[in-house]
Every structure is written in structure tokens, then in C-alpha cells.
Design a protein around this ligand. Structure first.
Ligand code: MEV
Length: 440
């Protein structure tokens, strides 16, 4: 058994690797070589990545792909996507091309409110706390002036602070529930700095507030942190076309296809088991663009899924209808994104992704990301209600299987051609590969 390590973060990179390889892997020399193969030969670039986190030992690659032909609000975009799942970029590209000749995607931002909270315990008279809060509200704002100055110059800042009595949920529990406008920044640092200042002001002022008893003066701040639930930072994206233009499948008539799409969405609205997978398909598109643009996909994931359950049951993020012969398909979801700050100026590929997207504002990025999610869902559900998902999925997965089998370039070429007209399953690929090998 390995013993605990002291001062690991102070080890040099080779020392960390040696320690890891010897203690946790069967073939230390191979481990070292593998990790080194992923180092960048440009030492400066490697150092940049080393310094993003603590204890970096190597880089972890994800493919960065491009889904072209996205017509969004009458402007053509090529969307960068960082993702490992074989079929995602292909599906996005297919949906983009389909809608390109049908008016494209329309997207708009509905709201941009970010939220943060100071969670605290107050043991005393809640009416007195309310009067205290009314007295200190301007002081809370004044004390954050140095933090908010630049954001305010650009038109953002703190938009609201309210006192919330949560004692019905937890005895003595209150919140300062605060709203922010953070413009092109995701705003986590800005919001957290404001909140920590609010907490200090709250404690300091309570100790000097004469009407409070000694117990009331001892406000206990538990924590100050932004919320990744942003139900009022919403974006909507949609596509629509006359039903008879839904000529997506050779085997399913447009009218039938439209009905099947609407029914599939209805199912995802009422059946949580289906809704989770339906929304997972949406997140295939969302996360890939969020990651490519250096945004925090965990924050987005948490906020989006909470939103999907906002009415008390987890439900579909997309909606579909047929009205007066027109099929409409749309998504509405919260996205707290930034195009300044964070990794946006640091990570060379993030910078490039933002350049490819036309250096978008945060609002424009919200629209692009929502469109990627909608396109992904359209592609997945349209396959599900027609051919089934495996046909396209396995075609894209074919290369992974061939790589697992160790196929060379020529074998890959021959087998890809063979599987253009044959069904891809794992066993069928193994069989075809073995047959080819035997022939060789
Ligand atoms: C696979 O990554 C995503 C799908 O399962 C989404 C869906 O079922 O709608 C195909």
C-alpha cells in the first residue's frame, strides 16, 4: 500500500510524475513516456497550461471540431465544438445544413440577471433585522464602490439586494439575495467579491446597531457565494418552417415526421426518464461550445438542469408545435456565459474559438450556444423518430472501433467503404476486420 505524500504540490513536475508512476501504475517507465508524449514542444505554451491548475502532469486532449453552415439571425457562423463523442459535431452540422435553406435559426436573449447570496444566521427579532437592513442598504452599496467602479462605468453592477427570511426552511436562516448585471463577464469573481464585502459590512454594522441586543449583534455569516441557478439569465432559440418542407427522411412523410417530433417532445415533457436523456442530447451541443469558448460547463450544467426541474418535475428544455401548417421547434434555457475574463484571453484555442465566432458579446454567445443545443436536439430526436439513433451513431463510432482493433490506414479505408452499405455493430466490424486480415 502506498503511504500518504507530504508537500506534493511543491514537487517538480518530473518528481510528481515519478512518484505517481511508481506508486500507482504497473509500468512506471511507460507511464512517464505516455505523459511526456502529451507535453507540448512549445515550452511557453506548456507552462501556460501547467499553470492553469495545481499538480499538472500533462495535457488531456479533446478534439476541437467545427460545425459549419449555422445561419443565426441571418448571419452565417461556423461553430467550434470541443467534445469526445463521435457523432455530436456531425449531427450539429447536419441540423445546421437542414435549417440553412429553411430560414435558419432565430435567437434572442430574454434576460441577463446573475444571482449571489450571503447566507447568514440571525437569532432575534426579524422585524428589527428588516429595519437594520433598510438602514445599511446604502452602506452595503457604498462599501463595494471600489469593486463595482469599472463594471458600473460599462453599465453593469449590483442591481438589487433583498433580505430574505428563510426561517420557515431552517431556524434563524436569512439571506441577502443579490442581483447583478455583469455584461460580457460571466461574473463569478466580481459577484463573489461583492458578496464577501456585503458579509463584512453586515457583520460590522450589526455590531454597531444600537437597537440590537447582544445576541442579535452576533450575526453569523455562514457563506457568501454566487448561485449557478440563473433562471432570469435566459436565452431563446428557435427554428420553424412549413410542415411540407420537413423533407428530412426518405421514409417518413413531412406531416408524419412533424407529428412524431411533437410527440417525442411531449414525451420528454412528461416523462423524467426520457427528459434526462433528451436534455443530455441538448447538453452535447451546449457543453461542446461552452468548453471551446473557455466557459464553465459545470456551472452551465448545474443551472440548466435546475431550470429543467423548475416546475417541480424534471422536464424537456425544448418545445415543439405544429400550428397553421407551420412546424416550430424552440429552446429556452438559462446560460451564464462570459466572453471576457477567465480563460478567454489566456487559452490560445479559446481566443481562436471566440475569433471564429466573430468575437461575440456574452449575449451573442448565449444565442450561439442555445442554437447549438437546439440543433443537437433536433438532430438526435429526428434520428430517434425515424431511423433510430444507432445507424448514424455507429457510423461515426466505426473509426473508434477500427482504432481499438489497430487497423492501419488502408484497412480503415476499405472497411469504411464496406460499412457505407452495411450495418455497423461492434461484432460486425470485428468480423469484417478479421476477414480482411485473413485475406491480407
Ligand atoms: C447521445 O449522446 C444523446 C441522445 O441519447 C439524445 C437523445 O436521446 O435525445 C441520442
Amino acid at each position: 500500500m502506498t503511504s500518504p505524500v507530504e508537500g506534493f504540490s511543491k514537487f517538480t513536475k518530473p518528481e510528481k510524475i515519478a512518484w505517481l508512476a511508481h506508486n500507482y501504475t504497473a509500468h512506471p517507465e511507460e507511464t512517464k513516456k505516455l505523459l511526456e508524449r502529451y507535453w507540448n514542444s512549445d515550452a511557453q505554451l506548456q507552462q501556460l497550461h501547467d499553470e492553469f491548475i495545481e499538480n499538472t502532469i500533462t495535457n488531456y486532449y479533446l478534439p476541437l471540431g467545427i460545425a459549419p453552415n449555422f445561419l443565426i439571425n441571418d448571419k452565417l457562423h461556423a461553430i467550434p465544438m470541443a467534445i469526445e463523442e463521435s457523432s455530436v459535431v456531425a449531427a450539429a452540422s447536419k441540423a445546421a445544413k437542414f435549417w440553412l435553406s429553411r430560414g435558419g435559426f432565430k435567437a434572442k436573449v430574454l434576460s441577463t440577471e446573475k444571482i449571489g447570496q450571503v447566507h447568514f444566521m440571525f437569532r432575534g427579532n426579524s422585524e428589527k433585522l428588516r429595519s437594520f437592513f433598510d438602514t445599511i442598504r446604502p452602506i452595503l452599496i457604498k462599501d463595494t464602490a471600489s469593486i463595482t467602479k469599472n463594471m458600473e462605468k460599462r453599465g453593469g453592477g449590483i442591481t438589487q439586494i433583498t433580505l430574505r427570511d428563510c426561517t420557515n426552511d431552517l431556524p434563524d436562516y436569512y439571506q441577502l439575495h443579490c442581483s447583478f448585471e455583469t455584461l460580457d463577464a460571466m461574473g463569478a469573481n466580481f459577484i463573489n467579491s461583492c458578496l464577501e464585502q456585503f458579509a463584512n459590512t453586515l457583520k460590522r454594522e450589526s455590531q454597531q446597531y444600537a437597537p440590537f441586543t447582544e445576541t442579535e449583534k452576533a450575526i453569523e455569516v455562514v457563506m457568501s457565494i454566487l448561485s449557478n441557478y440563473v433562471p432570469n439569465c435566459l436565452v431563446r432559440a428557435e427554428v420553424s418552417c412549413p410542415v411540407d418542407q420537413l423533407t428530412l427522411s426518405n421514409t417518413v412523410a413531412p406531416q408524419v415526421f412533424a407529428e412524431k417530433m411533437v410527440r417525442a417532445v411531449q414525451i420528454a415533457k412528461v416523462a423524467p426518464y426520457r427528459a434526462v436523456t433528451h436534455n443530455k442530447g441538448i447538453m452535447n451541443g451546449i457543453d461542446a461550445v461552452v468548453l471551446a469558448t473557455g466557459n464553465d460547463f459545470r456551472a452551465v450544467e448545474a443551472g440548466v438542469h435546475a431550470y429543467a426541474a423548475k416546475d417541480g418535475q424534471y422536464s424537456s428544455l425544448t418545445h415543439a408545435k405544429v400550428e397553421a401548417g407551420v412546424f416550430s421547434f424552440w429552446i429556452e434555457l438559462p446560460l451564464a456565459l462570459g466572453t471576457v475574463g477567465g480563460l478567454t484571453k489566456l487559452h490560445p484555442l479559446v481566443k481562436l474559438a471566440l475569433e471564429i465566432l466573430g468575437k461575440p458579446s456574452a449575449k451573442e454567445l448565449m444565442q450561439l450556444v442555445a442554437v447549438a443545443g437546439l440543433a443537437q436536439n433536433f438532430a438526435a430526436v429526428s434520428s430517434l423518430v425515424t431511423t433510430g439513433i444507432q445507424e448514424g451513431h455507429m457510423k461515426m463510432h466505426l473509426m473508434n472501433i477500427l482504432n481499438q482493433l489497430g487497423a492501419n490506414t488502408e484497412e480503415k479505408k476499405q472497411l469504411t467503404t464496406y460499412f457505407k452499405t452495411n450495418t455497423v455493430t461492434h461484432s460486425a466490424v470485428v468480423a469484417a476486420f478479421e476477414q480482411l486480415k485473413n485475406k491480407e
